[in-house]
Design a protein around this ligand. Structure first.
Ligand code: NAD
Length: 377
């Protein structure tokens, strides 16, 4: 029997994405795989059951979708959902494995082979499977739109009969994937953009997008690890860094902060003093809110107003752009499925760097060292 791929609906609050879109379903069914989509799974992303059927999928119940050979999902499964997975089946999705190791442990106990999309290594062969980057780009774009909407000012320079309006100044903290997309979006809206990152390696990318790279009199010789991520700073260095940023933040109309260090609390870059230096009406969009926030005043999932400064701590911006976010996510899943599955079945390959990196459970065991260490702690 052909490999059965299940697409259960998302049940996490506010989640509107769906793991596979009809275009991707069609590619999989044409390759001889069978795709089973839970009734209504695409509704949040404006995809009807009829569209999935036209692409070759079968519409099934929630239980049937979860009981497939290979289950693809966006959000980590709940305990109840894990219980619906068959022993010996494969699960691919975001798992927040370093924040929620207990979910990984439960998947192992259920006998499920699980692959965490967050752990796909960032090597060039895996670029098409890089779901984190795809979602970060959506978040960076959306963050700027939210800021533009909240700011009681124009973004662009305007020369009108009623006078000249100066462009807004946008400061982007952390110029990774989300930050670079935020820079590009804010530039397109006509703002004056500057950006700062601990990794000097991004300076040219920032400049090529038309932004100014902020150089602080602050040396971090080995800020980047082998996989291109930033390393955590010692506490004293972090304090020094936040202090140096105060005047730059104070001059900004909008601050989009995206600085993260995988598996750690987000670094504090925006202190209370920095917020106090900003004008009333200005905006901070803290994309690091899910990992504690770059601003000390951020409340994850909420918008707080402090002395007139609006501080937004969104937890899931990709869910607010479900059409393209689902399309992009589905493409990364398609690449994973094509790499490790055939219509005959799923082929675990621990010799493969991508498989080894992403696989967190196998044969009833947690196989990722970092997750194991967290569970043992
Ligand atoms: P991320 O979300 O982990 O962090 C966002 C940014 O915050 C990073 O640029 C990081 O340097 C920065 N940051 C962390 N601590 C900071 C601090 N104290 N002060 C200022 N900035 C700080 O990162 P990301 O966007 O997921 O990716 C980071 C990098 O990984 C990319 O820029 C790229 O070099 C690399 N990458 C490679 C691939 C690939 O080769 N396939 C794909 C995506 C990303």
């Amino acid at each position: 029997m052909a490999l059965r791929i299940g697409v259960p609906a998302e049940t996490a609050a506010g989640e509107r994405r769906v793991a596979l879109v009809p275009d991707v379903v069609k590619r999989l069914t044409q390759q001889g795989m069978s795709v089973r989509v839970e009734r209504g799974a695409g509704a949040g992303a404006f995809i009807t059951d009829a569209e999935y059927e036209a692409a070759g999928a079968q519409i099934v119940t929630r239980e049937e979708a979860w009981a497939s050979d290979l289950v693809v999902h966006v959000q980590p499964p709940s305990e109840e959902e894990i219980a619906l997975l068959r022993s010996g089946s494969v699960y691919i999705g975001f798992l927040s494995p370093l924040d929620r190791p207990e979910v990984v442990e439960k998947l192992a106990r259920q006998g499920v082979t699980a692959l965490a999309m967050e752990l796909v290594p960032r090597i060039s062969r895996a670029q098409k499977m890089d779901a984190l980057s795809a979602m970060a780009a959506v978040a960076g774009y959306k963050a700027v739109l939210i800021a533009a909407n909240l700011l009681p000012k124009f973004f662009p320079l305007l020369t009108t009969a009623a006078g000249t309006v100066r462009p807004a100044s946008v400061l982007v903290l952390g110029a990774g994937v989300a930050g670079l997309q935020a820079i590009a979006t804010a530039r397109r809206l006509g703002a004056r953009v500057s950006a700062y990152d601990i990794r000097d390696a991004v300076k040219e990318e920032v400049q090529s997008l038309g932004a100014t790279f902020l150089e602080l009199p602050f040396e971090v010789p080995d800020a980047q690890d082998v996989s291109g991520y930033a390393k955590a700073l010692a506490e004293e260095k972090q304090r020094q860094q936040a202090q140096l940023l105060v005047p730059h933040i104070g001059r900004s109309d909008v601050v989009i902060s995206t600085a993260q260090v995988p598996g750690r609390r987000a670094p504090v870059l925006i202190t209370e003093e920095a917020v106090a230096a900003m004008q009333p009406g200005t905006v901070i969009i803290d994309l690091a809110a899910p990992s504690g926030g770059n601003c000390v005043l951020t409340r994850p999932g909420e918008t707080v107003v402090h002395n007139g400064v609006q501080i937004v701590g969104p937890l899931n911006l990709p869910a607010e752009m479900p059409v393209h976010a689902s399309q992009m996510y589905a493409r990364t899943l398609l690449a994973m499925i094509q790499e490790f599955a055939t219509p005959e079945g799923f082929k675990p390959d621990f010799e493969d760097e991508i498989f080894k990196g992403a696989c967190v459970t196998y044969n009833g065991e947690v196989v990722n060292e970092r997750v194991r260490a967290l569970l043992a702690a």
